[in-house]
Structure formats: C-alpha cells, structure tokens
Ligand binder design. Structure first.
Ligand code: HEC
Ligand code: HEC
Ligand code: HEC
Ligand code: HEC
Ligand code: HEC
Length: 244
C-alpha cells in the first residue's frame, strides 16, 4: 500500500497523544487536589447543633481540656463529651436557654426541665459535626503525642480563643513530618501541655533549667533539645509509622 505521509510524521500522532494525556492527567490531578476537602479544610468551621463556645468555657470559666476530652491522654482518639457532662452544670446554669435546646432534648427534658414522655433517660445524643478527620489510611494517636510534651495548640491552634471551633492547621503529611524531623520546636513540660497560653521564654524566666553544660536555658529551641534528649524522644519518619 502506498505511504501517503512522509516517514517523519509517523511518531507525531503518538507524541501529540502522549502530550495531551500527560496534560490531561495533570489537570485531573490538580483538580482532584484542589477540589477535595483536603486543600480546603484549613478554616473549615461547621455550625454545630449547640453554639458551644470554647473561649467562654476554657478561658473565662477555666475548664481543663480533659474535663470534656477525657480520653485524650489515655487513648488514640480524643472523645467529644457526652451530654451529661454539660448537664452537670446546665441543669443549674442557663437552664431554659434556647441555645441549649439540643442538650435538653438529649437528656430528655423540656424547657421547664420536666421529663419528656417516653424520652427520659434515653434521649438521642447531640449530633456534633466532626471538624478534624484523618484519612482512613493514616494512623494517628493522641496519647502518643500529649504524653510526650506535644500540646493541643501545636495541631489545633488556640482552641481556647475559639468561639466556634475551626480547622486551624493543615494536617497534611508535610505538616506531620515537619515536626517529626524537628520536635524541639514544639516540646514543652508535660504539665504545660493543656495550657494554651504557655510561653517558653516566660516559663524559663520563672524556672531555672540548666543544660548539660550547666548554662541556663532561655529559648524554646534549647529547651526543646534538652527535653528531647532527656525523654529520649525520636519521632519516626518511616512510612509504616503513619501508614499501617
Ligand atoms: C466543657 C467541655 C469542653 C472543654 C472544657 C473543652 N472542649 Fe473541646 N469540644 C467540646 C465539644 C462539645 C466539642 C464539639 C463541638 C465543637 O466542635 O465545638 C469540642 C470540640 C473540640 C475540637 C474539635 C473536634 C473535631 O470535631 O475535630 C477540638 C480540637 C477541641 N475541642 C479541643 C479542645 C481543647 C484543646 C480544649 C482545652 C483547651 C478543649 N477542647 C476544651 C467540649 C469541650
Ligand atoms: C463547669 C460548668 C459548665 C460546664 C461543664 C458546661 N458549661 Fe456551658 N456554661 C457555663 C456557664 C457558667 C455559662 C455562662 C452562663 C451565662 O452566661 O448565663 C455557660 C454558657 C453556655 C452556653 C450559652 C448559654 C446562653 O444562653 O448564652 C452554651 C450554649 C453552653 N454553655 C453550652 C455548653 C455545652 C454544650 C456544654 C458541654 C459540652 C457545656 N456548656 C458545659 C458552665 C458550664
Ligand atoms: C500531633 C497533633 C495533635 C495533637 C498534639 C492533638 N491533636 Fe487532636 N487531632 C489531631 C488529628 C490528626 C485529629 C484527627 C484524628 C482522626 O481523624 O483520627 C484530631 C482530632 C481531635 C478530636 C476529634 C476526635 C478524634 O479523636 O478524632 C478532638 C476532640 C481533639 N483532636 C482534641 C485534642 C485535644 C484536647 C488535644 C490536646 C490535649 C489534642 N487534640 C492534641 C491531631 C492532634
Ligand atoms: C508538633 C509535633 C508533632 C506533630 C505535628 C505530629 N507529631 Fe507525631 N509524634 C511527635 C512526637 C514528639 C512523637 C513521640 C516520639 C517518641 O515518643 O519518641 C510522635 C509520635 C507519633 C507516632 C508514633 C505513635 C506510636 O504509637 O508509637 C505516630 C503514629 C505519629 N506521631 C503520627 C503523626 C501523624 C499522623 C501526624 C500528623 C497528623 C503527627 N504525628 C504530627 C510529634 C509530632
Ligand atoms: C508522620 C506521619 C507520616 C509519615 C511518617 C508518612 N506519612 Fe504519608 N501521609 C500522612 C498523612 C497525615 C497523610 C494524609 C495527608 C492529607 O490528608 O492531606 C499522608 C498521605 C500520604 C499519601 C497520599 C498523598 C495524597 O496527596 O493523597 C501517600 C501516597 C503517602 N502518604 C505516602 C507516604 C510514604 C511513601 C511515606 C514514607 C516515605 C509516608 N507517607 C510517611 C502521614 C505520614
């Protein structure tokens, strides 16, 4: 059969196809990346069934994170408190507030705190909307961090100032690895892990901590290095640490 095209054109359709393919894949990948919640989750701030205010309860009333997130020290998962934890106070405080309607219905009472027929004792739970969620293929553990001198504030920002919780940090793989490579930027004494207003320089001005050379430690980095050596902290970077 006659060849209508000069020899050099033969690979051209292939090249065009390959170029278009690569371009297409890049567009799809780029779109998938920017269109998925992963790229958009910083700032994610759903409105909750009760306008619960961390700034009020933590900063003004002085409640410790563990009063409500009571498993954070002992378990991989931090828990959201059950309705009865709120009810401890709110059966007395702001009893009839319209903002607490979902709480009353969870414990099974009406606005005058009269038990609702058929609901008392078995009210439905409050449907809080989850703000932070690692993908299924990521293994994460709270207790492994908070018991090693890593504060909530390093991963969740200043929750104590949030009237409504939002996703403050990216929680991308790079975010995790940055700290696993240089934990000294974040480590603090264990008794300060739940103090969102901790400041290393102030702490070191009030507490005399000396390094191995006998010199007084005054900066976060030197203090972090000191704690890292002292507690033998070595966060792993192997893939199986977080993907198992
Ligand atoms: C009086 C109870 C209470 C206290 C004290 C409290 N929290 Fe919460 N926290 C809640 C409730 C209820 C929610 C779920 C509703 C919401 O997101 O606002 C929540 C949600 C959160 C979330 C988001 C969870 C998610 O869905 O991803 C974080 C992070 C958090 N709290 C951190 C803290 C930190 C840090 C402290 C201490 C500085 C603290 N909380 C103190 C009750 C409490
Ligand atoms: C240690 C006691 C205590 C606990 C526990 C507690 N609260 Fe409160 N809460 C208060 C106080 C005190 C106020 C301020 C009341 C006021 O301003 O009249 C308040 C205010 C509120 C308000 C605003 C009420 C209004 O009408 O302005 C909401 C909503 C609320 N709390 C929700 C919750 C939820 C949800 C929980 C459980 C996750 C909870 N609280 C746990 C003591 C508590
Ligand atoms: C090293 C980072 C890191 C630290 C430190 C940290 N968190 Fe988290 N937190 C996360 C990640 C990641 C998630 C999502 C976990 C998941 O989906 O399994 C999360 C989720 C949560 C949730 C939702 C429930 C859950 O377990 O998924 C709450 C509540 C919470 N954190 C509270 C806290 C509190 C309170 C502290 C401090 C006492 C704290 N966190 C410290 C990274 C951290
Ligand atoms: C601010 C610092 C910091 C951040 C951010 C951080 N880590 Fe860690 N991580 C640590 C430290 C410190 C340890 C403890 C290392 C040790 O005990 O030697 C640790 C330990 C771990 C462990 C080992 C737990 C075990 O069971 O042995 C896992 C898994 C882990 N981190 C996953 C993550 C993931 C996933 C993220 C991101 C969502 C993350 N970390 C973010 C500091 C951090
Ligand atoms: C300290 C924890 C940690 C370690 C170590 C780690 N990863 Fe990840 N990785 C994550 C987290 C968290 C995510 C989810 C990121 C997100 O949701 O944005 C992730 C996501 C991924 C993804 C999906 C990427 C994407 O953009 O969807 C791949 C692939 C991956 N990791 C491979 C690896 C490999 C290969 C290694 C070893 C060289 C490794 N990871 C080590 C925490 C880790």
């Amino acid at each position: 059969m006659a060849n209508f095209f000069p020899r050099w054109t033969n690979p051209l359709p292939l090249k065009i196809a390959v170029c278009l393919g690569v371009l297409g894949a890049a567009v799809v990948a780029g779109f998938a990346y920017y269109a998925t919640p992963k790229a958009q989750r910083v700032g994610y701030q759903p409105s909750q069934p009760i306008p619960y205010d961390h700034a009020l309860h933590v900063e003004q009333l002085g409640l410790d994170c563990r009063y409500c997130h009571s498993f954070v020290e002992s378990s991989g998962h931090a828990n959201i408190p059950a309705a009865n934890v709120c009810w401890n106070c709110h059966q007395h405080v702001a009893k009839g507030s319209p903002k607490l309607a979902a709480l009353r219905s969870a414990v099974g009472v009406d606005v005058d705190h009269i038990a609702l027929e058929g609901v008392a004792g078995e009210g439905h739970s409050i449907e809080w909307i989850r703000v932070h969620r690692a993908p299924d293929y990521v293994y994460f553990n709270h207790s492994a961090h908070v018991n090693r001198g890593v504060s909530c504030v390093s991963c969740h920002g200043k929750v104590n100032e949030m009237k409504v919780v939002y996703h403050a940090k990216s929680h991308s793989m790079g975010f995790c690895l940055d700290c696993h490579r240089e934990p000294e930027k974040h480590l603090r004494p264990l008794e300060e892990v739940y103090n969102m207003n901790y400041n290393a320089e102030e702490y070191l001005a009030q507490n005399l901590i000396e390094g191995a050379d006998g010199e007084r430690i005054t900066t976060q980095i030197d203090f972090g290095r000191h704690l890292k050596a002292h507690w033998n902290i070595n966060p792993k970077e192997s893939c199986s640490t977080c993907h198992r």
